[in-house]
Design a protein around this ligand. Sequence first.
Ligand SMILES: O=P(O)(O)OC[C@H]1O[C@](O)(COP(=O)(O)O)[C@@H](O)[C@@H]1O
Ligand SMILES: [Mn+2]
Length: 646
Amino acid sequence: MTDPHYLRLLAREYPNADAAASEIINLNAILCLPKGTEYFFSDLHGESEAFGYLLNSASGITRDKIEWLFQKSVSLREREELANLVYAPEQVLSQKDTGDDSYCEWCEITIYRLVQVCKTVASKYTRSKVRKKMPETFAYVIDELLHADTEDTKEQYYGEIIHSITRTGMAEKFIITISRLIRQCSIDMLHIIGDIFDRGPHADLVMDELMGFHDVDIEWGNHDVSWMGAATGNLALVANVVRLGISYNNFDLLEDGYGINLRALSMFAAEVYQDDPCTIFTPHILDENTYDPVDIPLAAKMHKAIAIIQFKLEGQLIARHPEYQMEDRVLLDKIDFQNGTVTIGETTYPLTDRLFPTVSPEHPLELTPAEEELIHTLALSFSHSEKLRKHIRFLYSHGSMYKCVNSNLLYHGCILMTEDGEFDTVSIGDKTLSGKEYLDYIDTQVRRAYFAAPGSEEQRNASDFLWYLWCGPKSPLFGKSKMAAFERYFILEPETHTEARNPYYNLIEQRETCEKILREFGLDPAHSHIVNGHVPVKIRQGESPIKAGGLLFIIDGGISKAYQKQTGIGGYTLIYNSHHLALAQHKPYELAKQDFSKNAPTMQIVEIMPRRLTVGDTDNGKQVAQQIEELTELLKAYRNGEIKEK
Ligand SMILES: O=P(O)(O)OC[C@H]1O[C@](O)(COP(=O)(O)O)[C@@H](O)[C@@H]1O
Ligand SMILES: [Mn+2]
């Protein structure tokens, strides 16, 4: 029974029985439409070009539609061109000879074909939903073209519209617009399961793309919270993102993308480490910088300078938070500067680099005055970056620790577990949290770091907690026993580099574990799945992204170039449409872009739906059904006179 007060509010929008009844009819029609296509990504790691391509090609969804429509009537070469046009219209158009006699004819035929493709992809949506996706300029024309039927008179009308588009010199603009609409209709919802940032060259462009997308949610990854923490002024995280950025040669992103001024750091590093080659700090060069080509030996010095600052700041942060129980992660104070060794636990190891001009053996965690000034200058640069502010805001407004959507549970890292398959517990104050409750608690803290009064104790603690989420042993975003950054720089012995994964990663091979997790989040294991990112699936070593007989998918397949050696592929995407759930395995983008048609993704249908799913089967459908119920009550209230019609 709907609250009468609410019914009165509803009556303002639907002032009489006819209005309520016609909305009920509309909503019922929506429930019968096929469910829209959901598209899942994870671990984009700044690979904006590869992402753009995967997004625009929708893992071949559009190509399939083109095949279905034109296989018998259009040559393969032209079908390829049409698909490429939908993915990257500007690029294809720029290669056309506009002076050619047949150019106008090509435009008209192309527009005609694009309209057919658009009709097919838009057929899943109501007219009004498609209209909302249309840019104003061509909204009326596209609407007419999509809904003109093919009787003779209409055919003429149709031809006339296309003709006048080319005659008025608007063909290119129209092609770009309708291609975009096709792309937008191919994907109804986009889910990004964390780690947009770090390693690859342009997380900023990935964020721009996401912000322009009509329906997107983000499940935060450990790299994302690290940037969120840097933006909220956490100095250890400022150092961390700068260190990772330099170590992957992401100068374009830092300086040009976000306007982070690295001049002070480069001057400091050049001076302090002038005679030190800083060899072990040589950055990985996966991509060249366009705007900020950097001198590699200088970048190595900057890398070392910021790494040392980070280790000091982390030591201070750990001291501020005994509850994190991470004292064993402070290693600068375990160095024997005279002998050039470090002692971890019972074992003493020689250091690969013994030059620490800024570390005082008596107070190893203290920043020098110059380091202090430097890190504050950098932090200021982060908080002043308008672009970064917009992107972080979006991570907050569209992001969360996890999401349950259409019977799928999405999160980046893991749900902490003990060896014997129980949810691991964490003590926070006088509470003991685990599973969903712990994730909810974290979600609140992450928001507090951004929204609490700047500089308040509450805000500073929450912001330090973002650092814990980056690398703490009980961080479900990290899911490993320790972050061995210090060891990987300074110690050769590989056993010190091991970061033990949480038992979760073995346990998810069993159905039982995944069922338990799904139930914890209120989902029925018989109809639900978990989608997870974070750990690259080592296909070369026989690992599979499909766990527990298809209850869980790990879709970190190496869109990030840094991981392609391990995974052997260019990443996974998951597609959930009205017919099935499918896993697309992509070729590395560098290879794919040499010839897209020969390097199409391999699709594996992992689950076929028992019948074609409709909007009525989705979460959104449940809301629509609820609205129908409320409107039906309103209608009743109008009819029995409880509420007066207007
Ligand atoms: O190889 P890099 O870039 O130094 O990064 C290694 C670090 O990244 C991590 O793998 C975390 O990043 P991911 O979330 O991408 O796995 C740490 O466990 C590890 O210490
Ligand atoms: Mn991760």
